[in-house]
Design a protein around this ligand. Structure first.
Ligand SMILES: [Zn+2]
Length: 287
């Protein structure tokens, strides 16, 4: 449907067309931060008509659905525009997927208004899923920055680190961006070595999470340590420690340890390892 210009021309005018509005990269959600607001064109025509760009997202309950990109906040009758990160813990999961897609595309359009080769303005095509240069015809498509995130663990303990910007007691899995020329496995091994001094055996892929802040795809791994002595770099990590399941249980109980939000891949990597000990991490975690 993205490439069907005739269908698109009709769909965007439908009174039941739905709109996912953005002000910059801020998304429109209800006052409680629990649901996306995606009104129809009939209910909120201004969200369509005042948009700088419309990006076709797909069909939502059978109706065409568009991300409407606005530079400033358009008038709305309900809810408000918020940074998606601020409602990650409260937002409904299906709504979150929709808003992540819209936010990622909004950021891409915002930062590709000019050609990367010749600097001339670009225009949107393929219903907002590509841009082309008005001077040299170079085409650009939405990009993702792959990042790896890894739980280093053996049977009895796992390695967690604290970002220098985090408060004391907040620990999570190690992570970093994949560099040109690396395999994902190379990137995992390099990041762990750089940040903690630990060498690892071949990492195994576990799962992924879109992370549109602004354009990442987090690829999650688990890896066994080959060495023991931790040496933090002091830049990416302020500290790193080995934690047993008992350490985590005690830290959560007395409040000296806090973890990443339950919905994050960091939490799920840790949970997958922790639960092999027989007690679900979710029964202990307060976040
Ligand atoms: Zn160009």
């Amino acid at each position: 449907l993205r490439a069907d210009a005739v269908w698109q021309a009709g769909a965007v005018t439908r009174s039941d067309a739905r709109v996912v509005a953005l002000a910059g990269t801020r998304n429109l959600v209800d006052a409680a931060g629990q649901h996306a607001l995606c009104p129809t064109r009939a209910a909120a025509p201004q969200l369509f008509d005042a948009a700088r760009e419309l990006v076709f997202l797909g069909l939502l309950d059978g109706a065409p659905c568009y991300a409407a990109l606005h530079d400033a906040e358009p008038a709305t009758t309900a809810g408000g525009f918020v940074e998606l990160r601020s409602v990650l813990a409260t937002l409904d999961g299906d709504d979150l997927s929709l808003l992540i897609m819209a936010r990622a595309l909004a950021h891409w359009h915002d930062t590709h208004r000019h050609c990367g080769a010749c600097g001339a303005p670009t225009t949107s095509f393929r219903a907002g899923h590509a841009r082309t240069c008005t001077a040299c015809s170079r085409e650009a498509f939405p990009r993702l920055d792959p990042a790896v995130i890894v739980l280093v663990a053996d049977e009895s303990r796992c390695l967690l680190g604290r970002n220098p910007q985090w408060p004391a007691g907040r620990f999570s899995t190690l992570a970093g961006f994949v560099e040109p020329g690396e395999t994902l496995e190379d990137a995992v091994a390099r990041e762990v070595r750089e940040e903690s001094g630990i060498r690892i055996a071949m990492p195994a892929y576990v799962g992924s999470q879109p992370w549109p802040f602004p354009a990442s795809l987090m690829l999650g791994f688990e890896a066994r340590p080959l060495t023991d002595a931790i040496e933090v770099d002091g830049e990416e990590l302020a500290e790193a420690r080995w934690f047993t399941r008992a350490d985590i249980t005690a830290g959560l109980a007395d409040g000296s340890l806090s973890l990443s939000p339950r919905r994050s891949i960091a939490f799920r990597l840790l949970e997958r390892w922790f639960d092999r000990g027989g007690t679900p991490l979710r029964n202990l975690s307060v976040t």
